[in-house]
Design a protein around this ligand. Sequence first.
Ligand code: FES
Length: 269
Amino acid sequence: MSPLVPKGKRPWTTDPGHIHDVPEPPPMPDEQERVGLEIPPDEIEARQAAEEAREPHGEPAPIPEPSAVQVPRALAQEIRRAMKRYPQKRSAAMPALWAVQRRYGWCSPEGIEQAAAVMGVTPGYLEGVATFYDLFHMEPQGDHQVLVCTNISCLLRGAYRLLEAFSEAAGIDGQGNSEDGKLFVEGFECMGACDIAPMASIDERYYGPLDEDDAVAAVEQLRKNSKDVLPEKRLQDRGAAGGPRGSGDKRLARHPVNKGSRPTPKGES
Ligand code: FES
């Protein structure tokens, strides 16, 4: 025991004799007393009537009958492939939703129902997963998605100016979809690429460090559906850290990133 605690006294233990000295707590006041309100009886009646008139939530939609839902063959195949990777089919919710989003541009109710039919789960289950994550869209998005990181490293290096430049170039007031439906611009949390701050994810590829001119150029290229958006700023094409130029390690030179050939992203053929 610490020398500061007198012998025989343990401040962290309760003296049982002491408990009996504690006075009984006063009885709990009823609801009205507690909030200090006098609710007039007619208001209580009105509240009860409103409660009774409220629409019941209804039963959640059941698991769709596979034979009753038309699912595009490629989508069904992708979802089934994902299901094989997990001991429980429900665990494939994320890749299944991702497949839906890639196909339709968002997690549309029809897409969710199709995925639910393939997986044998309720649409509500998939919706619950989709609404939890920011990267699943529950509303239609522009054809090209620009997410500008506004977290601390990027913010310190001008992320707000960058976000504004993207929105302005896309003709968006604030954030969201452009009127022509071509672009979706939004501020986002740290994407783990702080070393290229300020950065943005454009159509699921990282770019940085970006300035306002890059934003204007990128929007122009995206509007033309160019495959070659800001090639100089594309993280994917950059040599690995400590790459062949830096280390002289010949093994790094054989890596596809350093050879200049871009690995095919998952889900793209
Ligand atoms: S703060 Fe922007 S990527 Fe981390």
